[in-house]
Ligand binder design. Sequence first.
Ligand SMILES: Nc1ncnc2c1ncn2[C@@H]1O[C@H](COP(=O)(O)OP(=O)(O)OP(=O)(O)O)[C@@H](O)[C@H]1O
Ligand SMILES: [Mg+2]
Length: 239
Amino acid sequence: MNIYYDYGGSVSTRFLERIPTYVQGLDEVLNGGIIKESILLIAGGSGTGKTVLASQIAYFNALHGKNVIYVSFDEGLKLKDYLKGFGWNLDKLIEERKFKLLDLVAPTETLAKDIITFIAHEIREFNAKLLVLDSLTTLLLNTPELAKARSLVDVLRKIKPPGVTVIATANVFYGTRRIGTGVEEVIADTIILLKRFIHKGELRTKMYVLKMRGSAHSRRAHELVFTNIGVKVIPLMPA
Ligand SMILES: Nc1ncnc2c1ncn2[C@@H]1O[C@H](COP(=O)(O)OP(=O)(O)OP(=O)(O)O)[C@@H](O)[C@H]1O
Ligand SMILES: [Mg+2]
């Protein structure tokens, strides 16, 4: 699908193929959607909404016909129950073979490469067009050496079939400013950063696009708003 928004991007970047997010307000912020075949990183502290946002994009892309693999290192199969709260029936999509939920544990350094090879195999077998890694930080956590962690992601990039778009989440640990292990932000083509803030006694989530390789994007602060049918993105009003 090609959607064109005029953020003043150059002609070439405006014609990159995009994948819709099905999140109200987010495609406009991303200048038309997620760039096909790119790696989108959703980074943020615990509870900022990384999993909900990634799941919403994955669920609705599957609902609209794309084969999706969701690798959950953190919630595992419980994710299905969590998402029921928004009225999303993951089991139905799993039965219809549009959605595959892989429940994997954080691997040791030696196993991380095997896990990546396994995921690439699953992508091929399932003919997946969208892969979610939640969280990429958990996958890399036991590979502390930056060069090794980076080469793991490069392996994934090389062995995934063409046409596959990746959404990865990354943790920003409480009290730190660094995104995950440090590798995540470097390998990402696009970074969405989620940050919690308190306004009039209410916990809310700010959203910024930190970078989008090859494309213009909104540079405004936005808010990720939780509703009972999922999340939506609205411009953040100055206090
Ligand atoms: N069914 C729901 N209805 C309303 N709000 C929900 C629902 N499920 C989750 N939330 C909100 O989303 C928050 C958790 O979001 P999410 O799990 O996406 O965070 P996260 O950034 O992935 O956190 P972590 O780093 O711990 O995995 C909850 O604390 C809650 O505020
Ligand atoms: Mg999460």
